[in-house]
Design a protein around this ligand. Structure first.
Ligand SMILES: Cc1cc2nc3c(=O)[nH]c(=O)nc-3n(C[C@H](O)[C@H](O)[C@H](O)COP(=O)(O)O)c2cc1C
Length: 317
């Protein structure tokens, strides 16, 4: 069988399929499906939901709706905040037999700095020096459902560069930057992130959208707008990955509508070294593991190597 392992900065992944932030609650899955989910997670690295400094209630309901070929959500980064994450979630997450990528979101550069600093201290305490091979950081600078900070930073190349430069100085581990597609030129933002020290780019977060309630003919979501995800966004996301691959010398974690092994092949061909399952994981929480297995079979059947597949769409026929 094909060797699917991937080196993502200092993290070694058994295969290239992970989850997209905010779409898999692994402890809830273990409660529903049993402890094997924690013993053999379907993902090669577990990405946390975005952690914020303070507890957040998120946006008013309704916050989520199925749409044609996808879903729209306006959760608005709800969660118990950093203290609870460090005390309750982090020790349990470090018990998983796969690396951990902690997604963080701030409302200023200072907030990102505080979160990164606290996480580093906690990781050093819990794991010791080897933590760099166990855990990485993903800067969410791309949430369309909040109105400042992490929503706007990723829309501006200068702010992105300044934030990444600041965090790079104090975070020695894997540093991923997750980009918003709600910009005119995603490649320019990716370039700014990588030249400021990002190790990898995650693309894309959701597309800002709106759904209208059919009875009242008013916006359905409590937040008015939300983030569109799922198969409906796949061609848009593929274009972003394609452009980023040409623009940056850094690994890309591709996502946006991935639901089948063909989707995985397409993202890798456009330039994704690693892929993430988001919305499709709600329907089938084990999908990432299935896709990894199917990827090995598909490569074998097509006589392709991982290196041959990566960026294939950029090469002439
Ligand atoms: C319900 C929901 C919650 C999400 N929460 C987060 C989050 O906390 N942080 C983040 O960076 N992205 C979040 N996302 C975006 C996903 O990580 C992913 O970028 C996006 O959904 C595109 O992938 P998909 O089409 O496969 O779902 C969320 C998406 C959904 C649908």
């Amino acid at each position: 069988m094909v060797d699917l392992s991937v080196q993502l900065g200092p993290l070694r992944l058994d295969h290239p399929v992970i989850n997209a932030s905010g779409t898999m609650e692994i402890f809830e899955l273990a409660e529903t499906f049993g402890p094997h989910v924690l013993e053999r997670p379907p993902v090669a690295a577990y990405v946390s939901k975005t952690v914020t400094l303070k507890p957040r209630a998120g946006n008013p309901p309704p916050r989520i709706l199925e749409t044609a070929g996808g879903m729209i959500n306006a959760i608005g980064l709800s969660g118990p905040g950093l203290d609870v994450f460090v005390k309750e979630d982090l020790p349990r997450l470090l018990g998983l037999p796969c690396p951990l990528i902690i997604s963080i979101g701030g409302f200023s550069t200072g907030e990102y700095e505080v979160i990164a600093g606290r996480l580093q201290e906690a990781l050093e305490q819990l794991v010791g020096e080897g933590w760099i091979e166990r855990a990485g950081l993903e800067l969410n600078i791309s949430c369309p459902n909040v109105h400042s900070g992490c929503a706007s930073i990723g829309s501006d190349t200068h702010e992105t560069g300044e934030l990444v430069k600041t965090i790079r100085k104090r975070w020695p581990g894997l540093l991923v930057v997750k980009l918003t597609p709600n910009v005119a030129d995603i490649a320019a933002v990716g370039r700014a992130a990588v030249s400021a020290g990002a190790d990898a780019i995650a693309a894309v977060n959701t597309y800002k959208g709106l759904v209208v309630d059919r009875v009242s003919l008013r916006p359905y979501l409590g937040n008015i707008t939300g983030g569109l995800s799922g198969p409906a966004i796949k061609p848009l996301a593929l274009r972003s990955v394609y452009e980023l691959f040409d623009a940056v010398e850094a690994p890309i974690i591709g996502m946006g509508g991935i639901a089948t092994v063909e989707d995985v092949l397409e993202f890798m061909s456009c330039g994704a070294l690693v892929v993430a399952v988001g919305s499709a994981g709600f329907r089938d929480p084990g999908l990432a593991g299935v896709l990894a297995h199917q990827l090995a079979v598909a490569l074998d059947t097509r006589g392709l190597t991982r290196a041959g597949l990566l960026g294939l769409a950029h090469r002439p026929v």
